[in-house]
Write a protein that binds this ligand. Structure first.
Ligand SMILES: [Zn+2]
Length: 452
């Protein structure tokens, strides 16, 4: 049994509106075994003997952050598409060019560096929405899950957990145009063959689990939705779906099916507490009611939504109808869940011209416990006895955070302020450095390779 004692200058405990000073956190075999505030009214009357070898964590210690929506290969586009004109659809053409160049070896190298960048940012678990399944011409690899396995291995190298959301992607448009060109490698032919391939994908590593994804109503015909939903139900696996990211998707769905994408998904059993709708930017009032009544979660990706000129989703109204919110860095224009979290509040301010929609504790929950739950890790994202031993320490003495009260980190800190990251009891980042991956060097070489 490998037990460790950590002394957090501040720790943000569950149900607390603000961080607590001087907290002793004990971990053993990947779990939190003790959480004891040493000062103030919460301290035990008899006092606690703190061993001299306790690891001190200066700053604020948070639970592990969950990045609930990622396409790892989009990281290769950072800084290469932001100056141009156009919209989501012109950006997508650039993204497809990168998608065409990857194979299992180059994707392992790229994703390992991207996931290590996530670890440096305090992310202990990623939800990888994965659809680069096959060879560029659409033929399967000798191992049809070679690309998914590369991603699972990449997360292991980076020291973080992964939920591989195996994505069903069958058609190019809502009205059923076949996949063509760069999209051919996304497709399995039909949902049954997608399910057979997904069934054969059974990573045994403790850091990985498999979920399902419906790429969008563009990519999975209505008649095949139930197959994907049934697969996720049988396995008790999370189901994710891109929903109403663009008005054009809503228009095409209404034209083809006479209803909104949310209504279409509801009519085929795809909404529910195991489902996370990604973006959900352009919802009608009845769409919101459908999502709320079914307890569907929503993953917001504000830095991507702003980068791709998608629009601003109705985050406060979502929370008001009871939707759990999670956060994703999606296209990785930046990888910084502090930025995603504050954007949820700040975008709402821009829209309403009023302040104060989400409390700091609500932003913490979206970035931690609710994100982990959306990825199927319901025992993570809380500094509580029995939870996974994920600790993320943010310094409070950087140029950005000096003088900031600990409760203010969501509005002041950035990924660069994360100094110490523990995942399942193992230290992955110490003093702001990844212990096994040279992140800038590996990012540079992996991205040069796919942009050659
Ligand atoms: Zn996405």
């Amino acid at each position: 049994m490998t037990a460790t004692r950590w002394l957090a200058e501040y720790a943000w405990l569950p149900e607390r509106a603000e961080p607590t000073p001087d907290v002793l956190i004990e971990t053993a075999d990947g779990r939190i075994t003790g959480v004891t505030p040493l000062a103030g009214d919460d301290a035990p009357a008899a006092g606690v003997e703190v061993m001299a070898d306790a690891v001190r964590l200066p700053g604020l210690t948070l639970p592990g952050l969950a990045n609930a929506h990622s396409h790892a290969f989009h990281r290769a586009l950072r800084g290469r598409t932001h100056g141009g004109r156009g919209d989501f659809w012109t950006w997508r053409d650039r993204m497809y060019a990168v998608a065409t160049r990857l194979d299992p070896d180059s994707y392992l190298a790229l994703a390992r560096a991207v996931y290590a960048e996530m670890a440096l940012a305090g992310i202990t678990c990623v939800g990888e929405f994965h659809y680069l399944h096959h060879n560029p011409d659409g033929t399967p690899y000798a191992d049809p899950n070679a690309m998914g396995e590369a991603l699972v291995e990449a997360a292991a190298h980076a020291g973080i957990r992964i939920t591989l959301l195996d994505t069903c992607y069958l058609t190019a448009t809502v009205d059923g145009q076949p996949l063509a060109g760069p999209q051919r490698r996304f497709g399995d032919g039909d949902a049954l063959r997608w399910a057979q391939r997904a069934d054969a994908f059974t990573p045994t590593d403790d850091h990985a689990r498999v979920g399902a994804a419906i790429h969008s109503v563009r990519a999975v015909p209505a008649g095949q939705l139930a197959t994907v939903v049934g697969w996720a139900d049988r396995r008790g696996a999370p189901l994710h779906v891109h929903l109403s990211e663009q008005p054009a998707e809503n228009d095409a769905c209404r034209a083809a099916y006479g209803r909104t994408p949310a209504r279409l998904l509801a009519d085929h059993g795809a909404l529910g507490p195991g489902t996370t709708a990604v973006h959900a930017t352009h919802l009608t009032g009845s769409d919101l009611t459908l999502l709320g009544d079914s307890r569907t979660g929503v993953c917001l990706c504000p830095t991507t939504e702003r980068d791709l000129a998608d629009g601003i989703g109705p985050a406060r109204r979502m929370a008001d109808v009871g939707l759990p919110l999670s956060l994703g860095s999606d296209s990785h224009a930046v990888i910084d869940l502090f930025e995603e979290a504050r954007a949820v509040e700040l975008d709402e301010r821009l829209r309403t011209r009023r302040r104060g929609h989400f409390s700091p504790a609500a932003l913490r929950d979206a970035a931690t416990v609710d994100g982990h739950a959306a990825l199927g890790w319901r025992d993570a994202g809380r500094l509580a006895v029995g939870a996974r031993a994920d600790l993320v320490t943010v310094r409070l003495d950087s140029p950005r955070t000096a003088g900031v009260p600990p409760v203010g980190v969501w509005f002041a800190a950035g990924a660069a302020d994360v100094t110490h990251v523990v995942v399942d009891g193992r230290t992955v980042v110490r003093d702001g450095r990844h212990l096994t991956v040279d992140v800038p060097a590996e990012l540079a070489s992996a991205i040069a390779e796919v942009n050659r």
